[in-house]
Design a protein around this ligand. Structure first.
Ligand code: KG4
Ligand code: ZN
Length: 326
């Protein structure tokens, strides 16, 4: 099938074409406008999607040598995400689907992040463990099969990406904070500060990062003379150490050899190195960094999986800003 995927849940406007499980194009426009505010401004995000969406869809089509009339279906992010941003993407997609008289399916953005791993490793086999680490979510999943998922645990407060973003703000860095902290941390000593790690008892798959951010705030206020690179490296290590320990625990608990890491934080190179070092006997898969952060390829890919077995949404379907994986 020839599927157009559309993603507008936050601040990336993205479109992609997936044909028979292969991504032919993945076009994306990152909204730079938010960086000066230190975070995403929802109203501005919707307006930017509105301005850019048509252009991005045509870019994706052109790069695939296809035209609108070639499409067999449309997949669009239904949630979770910012309401206005989701409405912009779904309304645009519904209009296209009606105009072209083709089916449309609303896709769960988080489920799509998990399935982005098949783009990295087409031979990935069920079951596998997925550590999903994005700006809004930190969850550990046991993925038994397509449409059969078991949530092992999730964060009680901040997500891992949020911990990076809030930490970066404390240190006076830009948004998004993950890449900023990672770049500084490369030149730092991660053993300078022993920041707290929460909920580390065996087989506890819940996370908590809000105390870590507060610890950074107190430390930084009292230690302005210390190298910021060392502080950033220690802070990054505290987040990643917890993520890797829990992933390792989950793999042992479920006796899973295959582990995948998805979501924006999966782009972090230190996380990749540390997990491979701590779990040498497991097969750990990371999507290409461009498929870790928000993109439409993962939406098109998962959309095709659903549409090809006859699943579709009613044209009046609503956005779900707090959508969860069932
Ligand atoms: O998946 P994503 O692009 O959007 C959401 O669905 O939330 O994730 C964005 C999050 C942000 O918090 C950002 O700081 C974090 O992913 N992130 C990173 C890196 N690149 C993006 N965190 C750590 N290291 C990175 N290299
Ligand atoms: Zn995302």
């Amino acid at each position: 099938m020839k599927i157009l995927g559309i993603e507008t849940s936050c601040d990336e406007t993205a479109a992609s074409i997936c044909v028979d499980g292969k991504i032919l194009s993945s076009a994306l426009s990152s909204q730079e406008i938010h960086s000066k505010f230190g975070g995403v401004i929802p109203e501005l995000a919707s307006r930017e999607h509105e301005k850019t969406l048509n252009l991005i869809v045509h870019k994706a089509l052109k790069e695939s040598n296809l035209s609108l009339s070639d499409l067999d279906g449309i997949a669009v992010t239904q949630g979770p995400g910012l309401s206005g941003a989701l409405i912009t993407g779904t309304s645009f997609s519904k209009g296209l689907a009606v105009g072209l008289n083709i089916p449309i399916i609303g896709i769960n953005h988080l489920e799509a992040h998990i399935f982005a791993n098949f783009l990295a490793e087409p031979n990935l086999e069920f079951p596998f463990i997925c550590l999903l680490v994005s700006g809004g979510h930190t969850q550990l999943w046991e993925i038994k099969n397509f449409m059969s998922y078991n949530l092992l645990g999730e964060t009680r407060d901040d997500a891992a990406g949020e911990a990076f973003d809030k930490g970066a703000r404390v240190l006076g860095l830009g948004y998004p904070g993950g890449p900023e902290i990672e770049i500084l941390a490369r030149k730092g000593n991660h053993q300078l500060v022993d920041f707290p790690r929460a909920l580390l008892s065996k087989n506890n798959f819940e996370f908590s990062f809000s105390g870590l951010k507060t610890a950074l705030l107190y430390y930084y206020e009292k230690n302005k003379d210390k190298r910021i690179e060392d502080i950033a490296a220690s802070y990054q290590f505290a987040i990643i150490d917890v993520l890797v320990k829990k992933l390792k625990d989950a793999a042992e608990f479920t006796n899973s050899n295959n582990c995948v890491v998805a979501g924006g934080v999966a782009a972090n190179q230190f996380l990749r190195l540390h997990s491979k070092k701590q779990m040498p006997q497991r097969n750990i898969i990371y999507p290409h960094p461009s498929f870790c952060t928000d993109n439409a390829a993962m939406i098109a890919f998962l959309g095709e999986k659903y549409l090809s077995i006859g699943k579709k949404s009613e044209i009046g379907f609503s956005i779900l800003p707090n959508m969860r994986i069932k």
